[in-house]
Design a protein around this ligand. Structure first.
Ligand code: GRF
Length: 223
């Protein structure tokens, strides 16, 4: 079977992109990255892609009068590549409903919180301010609202008494680098699928997200 093709959208450092590249190189992910698109010209993730000879594109949102036209420019790059999966990896733009519908069922995002807790920005600060004992990261299919859509896979990290936003973010990021390649693998292998309403895992409904703990995939759903 042909390798699954991915298009990865970034805005910044691209450490999650790097984790995906590394998983492919290590043979853990049977996929290839057709293109990396950034809305920021100087994004470090573009250099990470270039080193691997992956095609890169900059689509600067500031060059477009509205979200629709920005998203159309993204679509014009993505559609000819016919990717199996569009991967948002630290892509800091809100996408239009038209974009999301177009790639429905094959559009995923990573978010640094245990969704549905802490949608949006400053998740680490909120976890500390609320004296949470546990924080983490989630990979989810994208639906029409910000940081919504069914969660495929999560990882938890402890919040320590002396944590700052930075130390907690760093601990969460390490887990992000594990769960993103794993969630992509679950999608491209067909083990996880989203029919627009519900998630399925190995042919059974997945109500509660899977958890990656000590490199093991845990499923707490019954049945
Ligand atoms: C990650 O924490 C991701 O969850 C969030 O933005 C950050 C991106 O990091 N959406 P990187 O660009 O992958 O290093």
């Amino acid at each position: 079977m042909a390798k699954a093709s991915l298009v990865v959208l970034i805005s910044g450092s691209g450490s999650n992109l790097q984790a995906i590249i590394d998983a492919i190189k290590a043979g853990q992910l049977d996929a290839e990255i057709s293109a990396v698109i950034s809305n920021t010209a100087g994004a470090k993730g573009l250099d990470r892609a270039a080193v691997e000879n992956i095609a890169t594109h900059v689509v600067d949102h500031k060059d477009y009068p509205n979200r629709e036209m920005f998203d159309k420019a993204l679509i014009d790059i993505i559609d000819p590549l016919a990717p199996d999966l569009v991967v948002l990896a630290g892509f800091m733009r809100i996408l239009t409903e038209g974009f999301i519908k177009r790639y429905h069922h094959r559009l995923i995002n990573i978010h640094p919180s245990l969704l549905p807790r802490y949608k949006g920005l400053h998740t680490h600060r909120q976890a500390i301010d609320n004296a949470d004992k546990v924080h983490g990261a989630s990979v989810h299919y994208v639906s029409d609202e910000l940081d919504s859509g069914p969660v495929i896979l999560q990882a938890e990290v402890p919040v320590k008494a002396d944590d700052t936003e930075q130390t907690l973010a760093a601990r969460v990021l390490l887990e992000e680098h594990k769960i993103y390649p794993k969630a992509i693998e679950l999608h491209i292998s067909g083990r996880v699928a989203f029919d627009g309403e519900r998630l399925q895992f190995d042919g059974k409904p997945l109500g509660t997200p899977l958890l990656l703990k000590d490199d093991k995939l845990l499923n707490t759903n019954s049945g």
